[in-house]
Each structure stands twice: as C-alpha cells, then as structure tokens.
Ligand binder design. Structure first.
Ligand code: ADP
Ligand code: F6P
Length: 320
C-alpha cells in the first residue's frame, strides 16, 4: 500500500487523538502516506480532509476530543452515500481506511468492506465500552475518572447536608460506566438498563443504612435505566430524605485522556495501521487483558457485550 485514510466518527472519546497519532506515525514509518478525513463519514462523502505529516499529530496526545472532528452522518447509512464516499477514496488514491469510532461507525466500515471489498480496519473508540472484541474501548477509562471526580465532590456536600444524591451518568443502552463508577465511588446503589431494579427495595436499603447511622447516600443511574430527576423524586417521596440529583452529561466525553487511554489508543492505532498495510482487512483491533488482538468486524458487530454481574452484585454487597 502507498496511502491510506483515517477518520474519527460517532461520539467523540478522549484518546481518539492518540489513536490518530498511532495510525499516522506507524504508517509513515512504513513509507505509507495518510489522509485524515474531517468530520467522520461526512468528510469521506465530501472529500474534506488533509494529508497528514508527522508534525500534524504533534502535541495532540494529551488533548481531549478529536482534532479531525467527528459527526453523525445519516447520508452514509444510504448506499448512494457510500458510493459517493468510495468515489472520493479512489480519487485520492487511498487503498485502505482506519476507522476510529463506536459500533455505528464500525458498521459503516463493515459495509464498505462487504459492499465494495474495500480494505478497512476498525479501532474501538467510545466511552460506553459496549463494543465486543475488546476488553476496553478508547475513552472509557477517562470517562470513568471524570465521572468519579464529580461524584467524589458530590459526596462531600451530600455528607455535609445528610442528603441523598442521584447521579446520572452516560450509557444509553448499557451500564458499563455506571457500574464502574458506582464501585469506585462507594455508591449505595446503581441502576443499569440491562437489569430490572426496584426503587422500593433501594429506598428500603437507604432506610436500613440510616438506621445504622449512615446519613448520606449516592445512587448512580445509567441514562438508559432511568432519569435521575424521576429517581430523586421517588426516593424523596418514599423515604422523606432530602434528595438532590445531577446529570453529568457530555462532560464525561471531554478532558485530557488518562495514561491508560493514551497508551491503549496509541497501541491500537499503530496496530490497526500495521494490520491494514500488511493485508489484514475487515477486522477490528482490540485488547484482551494486555494483549493486542484482531477480530472480524462481522463477529464484533453481531456479538453483544454484557456488564459483569459480579461487579453489579459487589455494589450491593458493599452496603451491609
Ligand atoms: P458511534 O460510532 O459512536 O456508535 P453512531 O451510531 O451515531 O455513533 O454512528 C456514527 C456514524 O456511523 C453514523 O452517523 C453513520 O454515518 C454511520 N453508521 C451508523 N450506523 C450505520 C449503518 N447501519 N450503516 C452505515 N453507516 C452507519
Ligand atoms: O458516546 C456514547 C454516548 O455518550 C452515549 O452514552 C450517549 O447516550 C450518547 O453518546 C449521546 O451522544 P450525542 O449527544 O452526541 O448524540
């Protein structure tokens, strides 16, 4: 291969810049040129982007967000949009693409591979950590630490006022962030979309804890499980305890990536470029434990990743 493209797509995740750096420097090291598309699939359809030098990816390792920008691009879901994208890719002389994003972006990559036999390699970039074929997706660790920092601060004021705080974290379809930060913050309860819950049981738990002298509590809610405002209202009415709520929202997607995410992203980006250039296509790179792996996109995108039930049970077990 002489030249490849790279893009970041879908929801941004801290560490995407490090992944792009990994792709660009690994490819340049093998004498392969890299075109960086702007605004995800939208840029591939419009041809918007830039040829990347080694210096283009200097000074971005510690930056949150994505310097290449990202977007949701409904046009790419249509065959005609993908045909337009293929025309641009061919015109630029690109022989393969590294796609950094969540399962939606990777589904788009899979379609290019299956419909046009175009060489692609995916890199899992999403704070949600809901992508199969890897233990961690880029941005999950940073998002956890950002949410945790906020919850630790809330814990101070909850303690001072003897209040219950309900904190909503991201996770439209899953509770990976919710469970992780509930454990790390010592929350009294966690609600996730995957598992049915009883708010009455949670209120009873809070009452038992008050009876033992614990006067403030934290409940972590994944956005896909319930609205923090509704949970707070229910808890307040059913316990009589002063209750407040907070929605952490998009702040969880921002900020400088942790060391873990930077190293993960660099390794995955460089590995993806090397796999693509070496002729391995239609796959997504990932990590199992500390080992780099590659799985077919067909497997990754047809496999559901589940939260760890032991972690969920541990949250409750820690509230005796
Ligand atoms: P994420 O990549 O974070 O999961 P989205 O689900 O919004 O984010 O997907 C990002 C983009 O990937 C979409 O805007 C669209 O351009 C492309 N995409 C998503 N699903 C498909 C699909 N089924 N077919 C083709 N392209 C898709
Ligand atoms: O990045 C994934 C995610 O954070 C989901 O947990 C959340 O529901 C969604 O993105 C919101 O993204 P946006 O506001 O960009 O559509």
């Amino acid at each position: 291969m002489n030249s490849i493209g790279v893009l970041t797509s879908g929801g941004d995740a801290p560490g995407m810049n490090a992944a792009v750096r990994g792709v660009v420097r690994a490819a340049l090291g093998r004498g392969v040129e890299v075109f960086g598309f702007r605004h995800g699939w939208r840029g591939v359809i419009s041809g918007e982007g830039v040829w990347m030098e080694s210096g283009t990816v200097s000074g971005i390792l510690d930056r949150g967000g994505t310097q290449l920008h990202t977007a949701r691009c409904p046009e790419f879901r249509e065959r005609v949009g993908r045909e337009q994208a293929m025309e641009n890719v061919k015109e630029l002389g690109l022989e393969g693409l590294v796609v950094i994003g969540g399962d939606g972006s990777l589904t788009g990559a899979r379609k290019l591979y299956e419909e046009f036999k175009f060489p692609v390699v995916g890199v899992p970039g999403s704070i949600d950590n809901d992508i199969a074929g890897t233990d961690y997706s880029i941005g999950f660790d940073t998002a956890n630490n950002t949410a945790l920092d906020a919850i630790d601060k809330i814990r101070d004021t909850a303690y001072s006022h003897d209040r219950v705080f309900v904190i909503e974290v991201m996770g439209r379809a899953n509770g990976f962030i919710a469970v992780e930060v509930a454990l790390a913050s010592g929350a009294e309860a966690v609600l996730v979309p995957e598992v049915p819950f009883s708010l009455i049981n949670i209120c009873d738990r809070l009452k038992r804890q008050r009876a033992k002298g614990k006067r403030s509590s934290i409940i972590v809610v994944a956005e896909g499980a319930a609205r923090a405002a509704d949970v707070a209202d229910f808890v307040s009415k059913n316990t009589g305890y002063e209750t407040r709520y907070l929605v952490l929202g998009h702040m969880q997607r921002g900020g400088s990536p942790t060391a873990f995410d930077r190293v993960l992203a660099l390794r995955l980006g460089a590995f993806a470029a090397n796999r693509l250039i070496s002729g391995f296509h239609g796959e997504m790179v990932g990590v199992y434990g500390d080992k780099l792996v590659a799985n077919p996109l067909s497997y990754v995108l047809s496999t559901q990743r589940h939260i760890d039930p032991d972690r969920l049970l541990l949250v409750e077990a820690m509230t005796v």
